[in-house]
Design a protein around this ligand. Structure first.
Ligand SMILES: [Zn+2]
Length: 465
């Protein structure tokens, strides 16, 4: 039963993330259609009539996780560029593979990615840049069928540079000004607000060096007219800083401010190479940062100044980035890293406590998507985006403090049940809107063909007999 009219989740450890951050031991959540109707102690809600009752004994019940920077197309190229320099990572592997996508590759990758996100407790995500060759329409249709909540961003670019390197882009990754904006318009008209309100179409600005100032300004205006949002990578590499200094004599956020990019309708991914004034400016405009700790560690990009951002009032969320940079789409593991790495960086075990990591992965993500009045916490009147995490597992036992245990010992595969918009997408660790075996078979087949077509050879460094 994927879409019962009412669901009663009972006997769970309910972490609400409401304004008082209440937790209900032996708690219940009552769902009617797609809405949360009531949250409270199980005793108080036991008489509610429900078409489906879920016993959450031994489980955490919490808001679904929100991943604010996802490359759907990179699930299919997971592990294709490990332990290489950033330039090789892009030029020899990632861009070559993505630039050879064709047919159903984009859809197959999106389904693989969504299967993993659901298995590991993510209910909403921001896909940051869809190239026309990935097949925007097919991807949107897949999201509609699978049942997740998503902002799908169309790639926007008008030149072939990346930070201070010009003409660096792989030919298959290039799009021009008119094609980008035309496709965004068509997809916006077809999909924005569709799939029972679960889908949004955003502008996915390519990185600095690939978007001219005129195009930045044009997109800011278009996004205002359409009342939609924007996302882009910012300050992931130090070359970003050099690029705006050498070309515009500005810092990253001075440039962003002049372009009109500083707004609550913007999600900047990474935000590593930022100074104090940058943080003050981001906070002033409530522009969002998507923190991607795994990706930043693996590509040696550096440490985003998350404790300083939180102190300055910058809205921060957490994100998994992509298959070659993470290499998982597991937000629980990502929360763990977000809570761990800054402690060592600033020599203070008190920064980014478990509670803050969970806030960033739920409410922070909801703010980044502009949906904080609809999702991100378990409260009456919000949409029913809820996950159940089974804490009765060897690696999670004993479970004296479920909040910190989830963050420091947790792993996405402990997630048992996922509900989005009141609809069950997974129950008892079984995906209900995707055929997991089929997803795996398709991904293996398409990945093999893609590697062959693009001429990229992936081998362990050790001799394979
Ligand atoms: Zn990215």
């Amino acid at each position: 039963m994927v879409s019962p009219e009412s669901i009663l989740i009972k006997n769970g450890y309910v972490i609400t993330l409401d304004s008082k951050r209440r937790i209900f031991q032996n708690g219940s959540v009552y769902i009617k259609n797609k809405w949360i109707a009531e949250v409270g102690k199980s005793d108080a809600l036991s008489s509610r009539n429900a078409e489906l009752v879920l016993d959450a004994r031994g489980m955490i019940v919490m808001p679904g996780l929100v991943d604010t920077h996802v490359h759907l197309a990179q699930a299919l190229i997971r592990g294709c560029a490990d332990d290489v320099s950033l330039v090789d990572w892009l030029k020899k592997y990632v861009w070559v593979l993505q630039g050879n996508f064709e047919g159903d590759d984009g859809k197959v990758s999106a389904e693989l990615c969504m299967a993993e996100m659901i298995r590991t407790g993510t209910t909403s995500f921001i896909e940051c840049m869809i190239h026309s060759r990935y097949g925007f329409d097919k991807i949107a249709k897949a999201v509609e069928q699978v049942g997740m909540r998503a902002a799908l961003s169309k790639i926007i670019m008008d030149s072939t540079g990346y930070a201070d390197s010009s003409d660096i882009m792989y030919p298959g990754m290039i799009e021009d000004h008119d094609a980008c904006l035309d496709e965004t318009d068509r997809m916006y008209n077809k999909w924005h607000g569709k799939a029972d309100g679960r889908l949004e179409v955003w502008y996915g600005l390519r990185s600095l060096g690939a978007v001219s100032p005129d195009l930045f300004k044009e997109v800011v205006q278009l996004s205002e007219e359409k009342e939609t949002h924007m996302t882009m990578h910012l300050g992931e590499i130090v070359d970003d800083v050099r690029y705006v200094r050498d070309n515009f004599n500005q810092t990253l956020t001075e440039f962003a401010e002049e372009m009109g990019l500083l707004t609550p309708r913007m999600v900047f991914a990474h935000g590593i190479h930022l100074d104090d004034n940058d943080l003050t400016r981001l906070a002033k405009y409530r522009a969002n940062i998507a923190h991607c700790p795994s990706s930043n560690l693996k590509l040696a990009s550096g440490f985003a100044r998350i404790p300083d951002m939180l102190e300055a009032g910058v809205p921060v969320s957490i994100a998994c980035d992509g298959g070659p940079s993470n290499n998982t789409y597991d937000m629980i593991r990502e929360m763990r890293l977000a809570a761990l790495i800054h402690k060592a960086k600033v020599s203070n075990p008190l920064v980014v406590p478990a509670e803050t990591a969970i806030e960033m992965a739920t409410l922070g993500g909801a703010v980044a998507m502009g949906l904080d009045n609809m999702v991100g916490s378990l409260e009456t009147g919000k949409l029913a985006d809820i996950i159940l995490v089974n804490m009765r597992e060897i690696g999670l036992t004993p479970n004296s403090n479920p909040v910190s245990n989830l963050v420091y010992a947790g792993i996405g595969h402990a997630v048992d049940t996922v509900i989005v918009n009141g609809r069950l997408l997974m129950n008892g660790k079984k995906l209900l809107t995707l055929n997991e075996d089929q997803v795996i078979d398709n991904a293996i087949e398409h990945s093999r063909a893609l590697l062959e077509r693009s001429g990229v050879d992936i081998q362990p460094k050790w001799p394979v007999q």
